[in-house]
Design a protein around this ligand. Structure first.
Ligand SMILES: NC(=O)c1ccc[n+]([C@@H]2O[C@H](COP(=O)([O-])OP(=O)(O)OC[C@H]3O[C@@H](n4cnc5c(N)ncnc54)[C@H](O)[C@@H]3O)[C@@H](O)[C@H]2O)c1
Length: 344
């Protein structure tokens, strides 16, 4: 069955969204708001997912056939919003059909798959972007600007807690589900891949699928980071702390207004001039919460993807960023099993 769709495709990127499960509807809602894009297709392997789409968005065509989407010459780009195990295959098929691809986090299940996808996109000159949504969130952007401007001084360490009584996944561990957020934020902020990752985890509810994990990352620059992730927690925490030589900050994504607080706090070490003299001076200055725009990260992410497709610009969360995150996840998973730190 063909699909004519409605609206002019002139200067609008025509997209097809694959996977209309839990996350797909959020992505679709944002693409429907984008003047630079037109969603022509939604494709899901489950036929019953078509009904809510055609009822709410009559201009969008639904199909269960990925082949039908890829065979449509009008489709410029494909959005892969399916489970992680399908990312590599669906992305490769779309690239081979000459379509630009946005693929949800994490990019794939191994670094080898990421390399394969990156090479296929490069060869064809197609855009390949990974859905590291937090990189498009205004508070994360603000912290990036502060770090780049050297406001915090040298970064000593980062800690992060991403825990709540969350949706237990049946196919992936909490590492593959939640760590992509923190690993992508760290990659964006620090601009480097950790040199080693060690992790412990435990499968409390579902045997063989860890639902709690604690990761320790080391970077060549000297920065160390600790990430806590869990689907088992009495409270929801989305809190990251960055401690630098000049200032420190807390980024709390559960806060409605004051998501980032910058503390002019620190400790200065004075070189001893005489034997036995050891002086530290403690500084507790202002605490400032900068104003942050309330824009929706998913809309900014969608807009960036379409802009990259239209201009040929390289996405901020490109295949290199996608690979960097997957390398952390793979190393963490290995470390949980081996009990040893993994070098990257
Ligand atoms: N960026 C974020 O903040 C964020 C948040 C949640 C989920 N995600 C990501 O979104 C992706 C999807 O997660 P979800 O929770 O929506 O999963 P889900 O299982 O709820 O939905 C996936 C949908 O894909 C469909 N599907 C699977 N294989 C298909 C195929 N070959 N062709 C067509 N349809 C197919 C399934 O029928 C299902 O409806 C994952 O990669 C996940 O990590 C990202």
């Amino acid at each position: 069955m063909g699909c004519i769709g409605k609206g002019s495709a002139v200067s609008r990127t025509v997209v097809a969204l694959i996977g209309y499960g839990y996350w797909g509807p959020n992505v679709l809602r944002n693409y429907m708001e984008l003047p630079s894009a037109r969603v022509k297709w939604v494709c899901d392997a489950r036929p019953e997912r078509g009904e809510p789409i055609t009822a709410r968005y009559p201009s969008v065509c639904f199909t269960t056939s990925y082949d039908e989407v890829l065979a449509d010459p009008e489709v410029d780009a494909v959005l892969v919003i399916t489970p992680i195990s399908t990312h590599h295959e669906l992305t490769m098929r779309a690239l081979q059909a000459g379509k630009h691809v946005f693929v949800e986090k994490p990019m794939a299940t191994s670094v080898e798959q990421c390399d394969d996808m990156a090479a296929a996109a490069e060869e064809r000159g197609l855009t390949l972007m990974v859905g590291h949504t937090f990189v498009y969130s205004p508070p994360v952007r603000l912290v990036k600007r502060m770090l780049d401007a050297g406001e915090l001084g040298d970064i000593y360490f980062v800690t992060s807690s991403r825990v709540n009584l969350g949706l237990h996944q049946s196919d992936v561990s909490v590492i593959w589900d939640l760590v992509p957020h923190d690993a992508s934020i760290l990659h964006y902020w620090l601009g480097e891949v950790p040199s080693s990752v060690s992790a412990v985890g435990r499968s409390c509810i579902n045997n063989g699928i860890p639902d709690v994990a604690f990761l320790n990352l080391r970077y060549a620059s000297g920065v160390i980071a600790e990430l806590q992730v869990s689907w088992l927690s009495p409270v929801k925490l989305r809190r990251t702390m960055v401690v630098g030589s000049r200032k420190m900050l807390v980024y709390d994504d559960t806060e409605n207004v004051e998501k980032v607080k910058v503390f002019d706090h620190g400790v200065d070490f004075k070189e001893p001039t005489t034997f036995g003299e050891f002086q530290l001076s403690y500084r507790t200055g202002d605490i400032v919460s900068p104003k942050i725009a309330g824009s929706e990260p998913l809309l900014l992410e969608a807009s960036h993807f379409v802009e990259c497709v239209q201009t040929g610009a390289r996405p901020i969360t490109d295949a290199i960023a996608g690979r960097a995150v997957v390398s952390v996840l793979a190393a963490a998973e290995k470390s949980v099993t081996s009990g040893c730190p993994e070098q990257l």
